[in-house]
Design a protein around this ligand. Structure first.
Ligand SMILES: Cc1cc2nc3c(=O)[nH]c(=O)nc-3n(C[C@H](O)[C@H](O)[C@H](O)COP(=O)(O)OP(=O)(O)OC[C@H]3O[C@@H](n4cnc5c(N)ncnc54)[C@H](O)[C@@H]3O)c2cc1C
Length: 451
């Protein structure tokens, strides 16, 4: 069992050839879509003015910028890093309509109508990705491949099926039950106690999706400046002054789209998002027959734990991507990659002798209420806290913020709530995360042995 693996055993794994000759600590997606420096060199001062300044050049910032520029607005996107160095080109490319809070959970707390509205909007965000990809002709392997959710215990199997039944009853979302003895039709693993396939969920190549958005935004006239750190935003409801490491910019509208990378300069927002690390590995190129055996239907795969393990095939080569150990407090490093390899093999023993070609990490953003948030504070728009659903929600919120600034169309959303919670003394460094993750892991282990 992975948790019991000693430092010595790990060291042995590292030295015993888990890594392919071309192994790199870099997102697999960067092979096809490497992050880029965009705009004038970092010594150049900023242009003094823009109608809309967007902080963060991930999915949210680019989608907002694209729609605004198409409507004639003068838009400047500012990003502290190369464009594409955030989570947008580091994620796993699952396109779903899932949050950590189920329909039943939200119903108990906030009523069934609210829960149904949350999941309706998640569904429309899911469909919005396909609509955007199709409308813009972005070549990014968007596929409706279906998702297998595998149960970690018999009790989890029952509750997963009950949740999906509730979604079907209330929202019409389809699914099919996979009994324990049928699991090998879906996944070459004896680890799970049955599962369910949700047929209309999708996947994407996140690097190519984001690169496609950059291209479209630039063509629409958006100016994008990388290596520009926003240090503060001053001004009330009128003109704003955006202070950066390259001078001050005046803007009529400002959008914060920084999710898990929100710097502490953005004090109010940093106090409300909990950055935590996700980790992913990619195998070397495998024989087609291995993928056919291990992931015969080439879906996306995750389990029912709080701290999930997730699996998918690469869309553009015969590799398998595996992720987990979210929130572990370290840089990627070969030790962590070897630990993830060991974890992958406990689930998919056919991959025992398979080596790794990539390992990487990135920042996701949790929130204290496990919900994403969009809103306006002190005249500044924000969309943050995607809780692992940033591909559909970043796309959806980017579009919504553009519509709000343009004052066009229906701009209402169930995620626009008054209360975006923080906790006393929290300033954006989640010192409690290792403890919280240990608690979730303990709960997950308990669940795994529960009948
Ligand atoms: C390992 C991993 C796996 C994931 N898997 C999935 C998945 O399968 N499906 C899914 O839907 N989601 C997934 N996510 C989450 C998803 O990637 C994110 O929610 C989404 O990309 C974040 O939103 P974004 O693209 O708008 O911002 P990001 O791409 O995170 O960009 C934010 C940008 O803000 C910039 N920034 C921050 N502060 C400042 C500042 N002060 N000044 C200037 N710039 C600033 C940063 O430099 C950064 O580039 C995953 C995330 C990770 C890390």
């Amino acid at each position: 069992m992975l948790h019991a693996m000693s430092a010595k055993q790990l060291e042995h794994r590292v030295s015993s050839g888990v890594f392919a000759d071309d192994f790199r600590e870099e997102p697999y997606w960067w092979t096809a879509a490497s992050p880029v420096a965009t705009g004038p060199s970092s010594e150049t001062r900023l242009p003094g003015k823009a109608e809309v300044a967007i902080v963060g050049g991930g999915i949210t910032g680019l989608v907002a910028g694209l729609y605004l520029a198409r409507a004639g607005a003068d838009v400047l996107i500012l990003d502290a890093q190369n464009i594409g160095e955030g989570a947008a080109r580091r994620n796993a490319g699952f396109v779903g309509r899932t949050l950590k809070r189920s329909v039943e959970w939200i119903s108990k707390k906030e009523g069934r109508d609210h829960a149904v509205r949350v999941y309706r909007e998640l569904d429309s965000a899911l469909k919005g990705v396909k609509a955007l990809v199709d409308a813009e002709g972005i070549d990014c392997y968007h596929m409706i491949c279906g998702r297998l959710v595998s149960a970690n215990s018999p009790a989890h199997f029952r509750s997963t099926v009950a949740d999906l039944q509730s979604m079907k009853r209330n929202l019409g979302f389809d699914f099919s039950v996979i009994e324990k003895h049928e699991m090998h039709k879906e996944l070459a693993s004896d680890r799970y106690h049955g599962g369910a396939v949700i047929p209309d969920l999708g996947s994407i190549h996140p690097g190519l999706y984001h690169a496609g958005l950059v291209k479209k935004a630039l063509e629409a006239g958006v100016r994008i400046h990388s290596h520009t750190v926003v240090r503060g935003i001053e001004g009330g409801d009128g003109l704003k002054h955006v202070r950066t490491n390259r001078g001050v910019l005046e803007a009529r509208h400002v959008v914060i789209a920084t999710n898990g990378y929100t710097t502490k300069d953005l004090t109010w927002h940093a106090r409300r998002v909990i950055p935590f690390r996700g980790f992913v590995i990619a195998t070397e190129v495998l024989p087609e027959a291995t993928i056919d055996k291990v992931l015969p239907n080439r879906r996306t795969y995750l389990d029912t734990k709080m701290n999930i393990d997730f699996i998918r095939p690469a869309p553009d080569s015969n590799r398998i991507l595996f992720g987990g150990m979210t929130g572990t407090n370290c840089e990627t490093g070969t030790g962590l990659a070897a630990a993830l390899h060991a974890r992958m093999v406990t689930i998919l023993p056919d991959l025992q002798d398979v080596r790794l070609s990539r390992a990487w990490t990135g920042h996701c953003a949790g929130t204290f209420d496990f919900m994403p948030h969009i809103g306006l504070r002190d005249g500044v728009h924000f969309a943050l806290g995607y809780n692992f659903a940033g591909i559909p929600l970043g796309t959806h919120f980017g579009k919504l913020i553009a519509a709000r600034i343009l004052q066009r169309g229906n701009t209402g959303t169930v995620f626009d709530v008054e209360n975006f919670p923080s906790v006393p003394l929290y300033r954006g460094s989640p010192w409690f995360l290792p403890l919280a993750m240990r608690y979730f892991d303990w709960q997950d282990r308990r669940i795994a042995t529960h009948q």
